[in-house]
Design a protein around this ligand. Sequence first.
Ligand code: FES
Length: 185
Amino acid sequence: MHPETSPPVSPEAPRRGFLAKALALGCGGLATLAPLGAGVWAILDPLRRTSGAAAFRPVTDLAAVPADGVPRRFAVVADRVDAWTGFAAEPVGAVYLRREPGSDTVQALSATCPHAGCFVEMNATGTCFRCPCHNSAFTFDGGIVEPSPSPRPMDGLECRVAEGGAVEVKWENFYTGIAAKVARP
Ligand code: FES
């Protein structure tokens, strides 16, 4: 192109170019800092770290709990949050609920075996609980049937029936393999 046909260069052009580059750098920096800040917040926020702490959670309705003293197993569903990710409404454990004939009082037992953490099941004849891992056996109220490798009875959980009939269980995890019932933080 002939120099005389080139468009005139505005004295403002270099300044506009500098401002555009500065703006792009600033936006890039913010885009990098945003996820970093979210990660730091997730680690430091105590509410997020303790969202798995013991709390009453609705498990079922009273009408679904057999009124003949035989336990029925129910999943415990809760939101779970680790340091980085939130998991909405997923099973976090299981409980056995039972009530005696004519009673609205519900007994809740954690389905986690106190020996080493397997899920306790009903035995084949439906007369007691049995753990499939090492054969610990428990009565329907959670007591140990000797001989048993489990160092303690099944772990009872606080339970209440809310207005309207929802059965709520205070879900907790406990250390396994020890005689004492000690809640995990
Ligand atoms: S985990 Fe249940 S008996 Fe060992």
